[in-house]
Design a protein around this ligand. Structure first.
Ligand code: HEM
Length: 412
């Protein structure tokens, strides 16, 4: 059985969960015909997702003509360099790249960013409050969830503030499904990112800054990253680190505005409860809807009569695995209590993936959220949503998940 799917469809983007529940009922993996003419196997169950992500028969190396078109040209060239990052490698190559990048993400280095993140949060909230005073309304995506992770990733990469809006635009475009944007926009974005990071790396090599990326650029070890690897690393950190965290902050804000009782509990109980809110948001609104694509090296029998042929494209849908009712009772309910300290009943969610490629930035993402969310609602306790949640536009595609805008005003 093959099910048709158009990832650019707005209704699917807003609420893909019934579709995924239908696929889950078909077995460990379901075959889907995508609107770009390709087909893929989607894994939507929790246990199956973890099994596939830990199974070396599923490779992260993209097929030679991934994207399907096989085109050549400057944009395709830029894309192929930027995409040669650790998420697209396996085995020893992956271990080497991950080990080199890990020096920038030790708990000590990440936790040391806490104070800086708190200060950046205060700045962002100051501007948000001003806008609310001036205009009576604001957008929690544009005025809160976007600027903060971009500032933080800007700190990590050492990117000047004035360049950060461009980075946002390009990142959004390269992550959009073909057909969702005007022709040429995605190609232009790949080239712009390539040009930008080439300049940034040259600058870091010449004059390393205090940022974590300079640590990688200034590494003189024989095994250190070369220029092409650094380019791909910069792209990965931006791509993996900013939009995901932005969607975590946006989705958590939306969920809390819609669940005032949960907001009150978090504000009363403090940090452990905020941590539970963050975990439940990661589960309920998984910011990375699917992992990156996997490819079967050989035929894989997943049981229950599901045999995935060799050289098939496979997508592990984290958003669906995190709503598997076998593991999370009443999966569509937002219940931070399931991750509250001492509860101990919920299995860990898979929003940060699983296996060798499990997120390198999970500690940083959690830190940003537990710093930013309480400050948002302490500074602006009387916020209310100024739109019907059922009509909010969502990011199209199978990769990143979150609302595109979140209009708010001060409640009367
Ligand atoms: C809420 C925020 C985030 C979420 C939900 C998230 C989720 C994920 C997931 C699911 C993967 C594995 C993808 C796969 O297996 O195909 C991943 C990998 C990765 N993430 Fe994150 N991420 C977040 C934030 C960050 C941040 C802030 C950074 C760094 C600045 C980061 C850096 C990375 C890197 C470098 C990898 C690749 C690891 C590897 O290939 O070994 N992520 N992330």
């Amino acid at each position: 059985m093959t099910t048709a799917l158009n990832p650019a469809d707005a209704a699917f983007a807003r609420d893909p969960y019934p579709f995924y529940a239908g696929l889950r009922a078909q077995g460990p993996a379901a075959r889907v015909a995508l609107s770009n003419g390709t087909s893929a196997w989607l894994v939507t169950g929790y246990r199956q997702a973890r099994a596939v992500l830990a199974d070396p028969r599923f490779s992260n190396v993209p097929a030679p003509r991934a994207g399907g078109s096989g085109r050549v040209g400057p944009a395709a060239g830029a894309r192929s360099v930027l995409e040669r990052h650790m998420l697209n490698t396996d085995g020893d190559e992956h271990r080497r790249l991950r080990r080199l990048a890990s020096v920038a993400f030790t708990p000590r280095r990440v936790d040391a960013l806490g104070e800086r993140i708190a200060r950046l949060t205060e700045e962002v909230l100051g501007a948000l409050a001003e806008r609310l005073d001036r205009e009576g309304a604001a957008d929690l995506v544009d005025d809160f969830a976007f600027p903060l992770p971009v500032l933080v990733i800007g700190e990590i990469l050492g990117v000047p503030e004035e360049d950060r809006a461009d980075l946002r635009t390009w990142t959004y475009r390269v992550g959009s499904p073909a057909g969702a944007l005007a022709p040429g926009e995605i190609d232009d974005a790949w080239q712009s990112l390539h040009r930008y990071f080439t300049g940034l790396i040259a600058a870091k090599r010449e004059q390393p800054g205090e940022d974590l990326f300079s640590l990688l650029a200034a590494d003189e070890d024989a095994e250190a990253l070369d220029d092409t690897e650094l380019l791909a690393m910069a792209f990965l950190l931006l791509f993996a680190g900013y939009e995901t965290t932005m969607n975590l902050l946006a989705s958590a804000s939306l969920l809390l505005l819609g669940h005032p009782g949960e907001l009150t509990s978090a504000r009363q109980e403090g940090e452990p409860r905020w941590a539970a809110v963050v975990e439940e948001t990661l589960r309920h609104a998984s910011p990375l809807e699917g992992t990156t694509w996997r490819r079967t090296r050989e035929e894989v029998d997943l049981g229950s009569g599901t045999v995935v042929p060799a050289d098939s494209s496979v997508l592990v849908v984290l958003a669906a695995a995190n709503r598997d009712p076998e593991v999370f009772p009443d999966p569509d309910d937002f219940r931070p209590g399931r991750f509250a300290p001492g509860d101990g009943r919920a299995l860990p969610h898979v929003a940060f993936g699983h296996g060798p490629h499990v997120c390198l930035g999970a500690r940083l993402a959690r830190l940003e959220a537990v710093i930013a969310l309480p400050r948002l609602f302490d500074a602006l306790p009387a916020l209310s949503l100024a739109a019907d949640p059922a009509t909010l536009p969502y990011r199209p595609g199978l990769l990143v998940r979150g609302p595109r805008s979140l209009p708010v005003r001060r409640a009367e």
